[in-house]
Design a protein around this ligand. Sequence first.
Ligand code: NAD
Length: 528
Amino acid sequence: MATVDLTSAITEQLPFSNEPFVDFSLSENKRAMEQALAEVKTQLGREYDLVLGGRRLKTEGKIVSINPARPSEVVGIHQRAEADLAEEAMQAALDAFPAWSRTPVAERASLLFRAAGLIRERKFEFCAWLVYEVGKNWGEADADVGETIDFLEFYGREALRLDCAATPIQYPGELNRLRYIPLGVGAVIPPWNFPFAIMAGMTAASIVCGNTVILKPSVDAPTIAAHFMSLLEEAGLPDGVVNLCPGEGPGFGSAIVAHPKTRFVAFTGSKAVGLEIHESAAHTQPGQIFIKRTILEMGGKDAIIVDGDANLEAALDGVVASTFGFNGQKCSACSRVIVDASIYDVFCDRLQERVSKLVPGDPVANTYTGPVISEKSLKKVLGYIEIGKTEGRLLNGGKAIETPEGGYYIAPTVFADVSPTARIAQEEIFGPVLAVIKSQSFDEALAIANNTEYGLTGSVYSNTREVLDRAAVEFHVGNLYFNRKSTGAMVGAHPFGGFNMSGTDSKAGGPDYLLLFTQAKSIGEKLS
Ligand code: NAD
């Protein structure tokens, strides 16, 4: 009964709403961000521990996280969990499971609400860490922090809602109940590009449902995860509920996926790794007594269709923001724009003009486009740019930009006249590269848009109702937008997840997400 009272107290008094964005044009916010950047700069280069069952450990090997805008600047030094640590990590999570799985849902949800409150208080500080560790500009960093708060607030409320579940009917003569109970120990494996929101979101969804987890952050962004871990502890996280193990994907990551006691894997990352996890998890290990569940959110090759009657300015705004916001390093980033032949030439001219004004620079100074995440990524994207030079007409960019600090900068790049089947129109590049494709009709535009193995996000710019109605049915993506950009999904409003090789369509931030982290138990009792 106490749970139900608290539930209504929380949900009725405080309905969910998205965290507002920080307006950095206000001098007090600009000043607060500059102060946070200065303060966090003094903390760069610190060493962080691995956390197992509340114990802080050091390993022989280290992961060194660097600032992609200034690779000689060390952001954090982290322990490197190797595959042989998987057993100890699993034991810590298993030990914590009995007590945590029986902790009242309201208490588990309260932990998330407290954590959200603490992040809100330290918003600028977290933004600053994101600027240094992954090269986000201030607005992108704020969006990541805001989404983190949203996930915590939303999943806390969703867990309370799920706790009140009832069977659709009461069978005559019986008391029928439906309980959503936790699964067990999960492996949480996030990507580096939303290193706060996705890392914290998958962790929060897992634990609020009563699971315990082994959290393996990306080697490119372990510092944000270490700060989140400390914050959860400050909010009252019991030992062993989250076990923080930075490590390489192919070593520690694959060992934890393969462990016979890993009940579920919550992964967000590339198609190749997602498929590898899918295969490994499907292979039953000796001693395994359940079918592992995998929640796999993967890559995209997202398209924006610009119809002949579209508002050109709005379409250009949307295409530029979707393609070059955070340098195209979003799963939802536009990497193909499919433009109606009737406006193709003018669109290309205007696009070229706009993109030529984007000059990459250090995100500390809040430059719109910063560096790509790593040297590996720089080489991969430049490789695709060379391919693009044989597949299209270069309108902008097409090269790396050298800086005295050796940052991983690439000039925003646009290729026009690209064939729908070209490699740069089919493969995920994950960088600031756009392919412009001409279509002769909306039929053809839809066929081009649907003709990749992915199906994550897409947008249509059109002023014709019938065109939008057709796209609603025929544009096969998990997140479809009309007359707005393809990035910037909001928790609650745009439940997020893709079709086809973009993943298992888990719809993070939506009403069905927590079901993936639970199993339903039906209890029928004969009334005497
Ligand atoms: P990635 O696949 O290289 O790595 C993701 C995570 O998997 C990392 O923590 C990594 O260490 C781990 N990993 C790597 N190999 C592993 C293995 N064999 N076993 C277990 N874990 C392993 O992806 P990334 O470069 O970090 O992120 C970019 C990718 O993520 C892009 O493809 C992007 O589209 C995708 N992404 C998808 C979404 C979505 O919601 N669909 C959101 C963000 C990013």
